[in-house]
Design a protein around this ligand. Structure first.
Ligand code: FAD
Length: 282
C-alpha cells in the first residue's frame, strides 16, 4: 500500500526501520524483532540499503520477505551510489511484480575516493525524478532537521529538499534528532519554502552512551546538554532507561504538536522501541 495514501487518511503513522543482517547468525534477532513489533500494526516498515550499495541483494530480499512472510507494508531504501538506470529498472520491476509500492530514494554517503563523475544519479532528486518518470511508486525522501553535513546552510538544505519534493517526493522522513526544537524549526523552514509533503520524524532510541556518541558523530546531530549529563557515568542498563524515558517524552511532545508520523530506527532490536510505543497514544 502506498505510504502517501496512508498519510492522507491517517492522523499519524507508525513505522519501523530495519537493516538487512549481513550474517545468517544475526537473522534471528531481526525475526524476533519483527515478530514483536508487528503486533503494533505498523503502517510500513523500511529496509535500509548498505553504505556504498553493499547490501543491495539483501535489501531487496528482506523487502520482499517482510511482505510475503509477515504481511507488512515495506519500503525499500535505494541509493544513487553505483545505481545505473538499468539497475533501478530491474529493482523497480521486481518490486512492482511483488506488490511493493514504496521506495525511499537517497543519494547515500559518498565512500572515500569514490569517483563521483561515474554516478548516473548524482543527487537524490535525480533518482526521484527518474523513478517518477517511469513507475508508480510512493516515494519518500530524506530530510535533515539540523541540516545535512555537506550542506552550506540550513536554508540551502531545505531548498534542495524542495527540489526532491517538486520532482515527485511524496513524503519526507527525517534524520534522527534528540532536540525537538530543531525539528520544529525545520518544519517552519519547510513551510516557508512551501513544501507540502508530510514530514515523518525519525526517532532513535538511545541504548547506551557509546551508541549515542557514535550516531551523533556519524550524522552530525546535536544532543541536548541535559540529556548528555543524564547519560554520563551511567551503566549501559541505566543509560538505556534514561534513553527510553527521554524518547517517550520526546515522542509525546511531537504527538502533541501534530507530528504526521513517527519512524523508529530500531537497529533490529525491539526492547526500547516497544517500551516507547507502549507509552504513546496513536
Ligand atoms: P541529497 O538529497 O542528494 O543531498 C546530498 C547533499 O547534496 C546534501 O548536502 C544536499 O544539501 C546537497 N544537494 C542536494 N541537491 C543538490 C543540488 N542540486 N546541488 C548541490 N547540492 C545538492 N544511507 C544509505 O547509504 N543507506 C540507507 O538506507 C539510508 N537510509 C537513510 C534514511 C533516512 C531517513 C535518512 C535521513 C538518511 C538515510 N541514509 C542512508 C543516509 C543518506 O544516504 C545520506 O545522508 C546522504 O549523504 C544524503 O542522502 P540524501 O538522499 O539526503 O541526498
Amino acid at each position: 500500500m502506498k505510504i502517501s495514501e496512508i498519510l492522507k487518511r491517517k492522523e499519524r503513522t507508525l513505522s519501523f526501520e530495519f537493516f538487512p543482517p549481513k550474517k545468517v547468525e544475526n537473522e534471528q534477532m531481526l525475526f524476533d524483532t519483527i515478530e514483536v513489533l508487528r503486533k503494533y500494526d505498523p503502517d510500513f516498515v523500511s529496509i535500509t540499503y548498505g553504505a556504498g550499495g553493499s547490501t543491495r541483494d539483501k535489501t531487496l530480499e528482506w523487502t520482499l520477505r517482510v511482505k510475503k512472510q509477515y504481511g507488512l507494508n515495506p519500503m525499500m531504501h535505494l541509493t544513487c551510489i553505483t545505481a545505473t538506470k538499468g539497475f533501478v529498472d530491474e529493482i523497480a520491476n521486481i518490486l512492482k511484480a511483488n506488490g511493493v509500492d514504496n521506495i525511499l530514494a537517497l543519494r547515500g554517503d559518498i565512500p572515500e575516493g569514490f569517483d563521483r563523475s561515474k554516478m548516473e544519479f548524482e543527487y537524490a532528486y535525480q533518482l526521484v525524478k527518474y523513478l517518477k518518470s517511469k513507475w508508480d511508486f510512493s516515494i519518500g525522501v530524506a530530510g535533515y532537521p539540523e541540516g545535512h553535513p555537506e550542506s552550506p546552510s540550513l536554508e540551502k538544505d531545505v531548498e534542495y529538499l524542495k527540489m526532491k519534493v517538486d520532482v515527485g517526493g511524496d513524503f519526507i522522513i527525517t534524520q534522527l534528532f534528540f532536540d525537538n526544537s530543531k525539528f520544529f524549526e525545520f518544519l517552519e523552514r519547510v513551510e516557508r519554502f512551501k513544501i507540502k509533503a508530510p514530514v515523518i520524524a525519525g526517532i532513535m532510541p538511545i541504548l547506551s552512551l557509546t551508541q549515542v556518541k557514535r550516531f551523533v558523530e556519524m550524522c552530525g546531530v546535536s544532543i541536548p546538554k541535559e540529556l548528555l549529563d543524564d547519560l554520563q557515568g551511567k551503566s549501559n542498563e541505566d543509560a538505556y532507561k534514561v534513553g527510553v524515558d527521554y524518547a517517550i517524552k520526546q515522542c509525546q511532545e511531537l504527538i502533541e504538536n501534530g507530528v504526521k508520523g513517527l519512524h523508529f530506527y530500531t537497529l533490529n532490536k525491539f526492547n526500547a522501541t516497544e517500551e516507547i510505543i507502549r507509552q504513546l497514544k496513536f
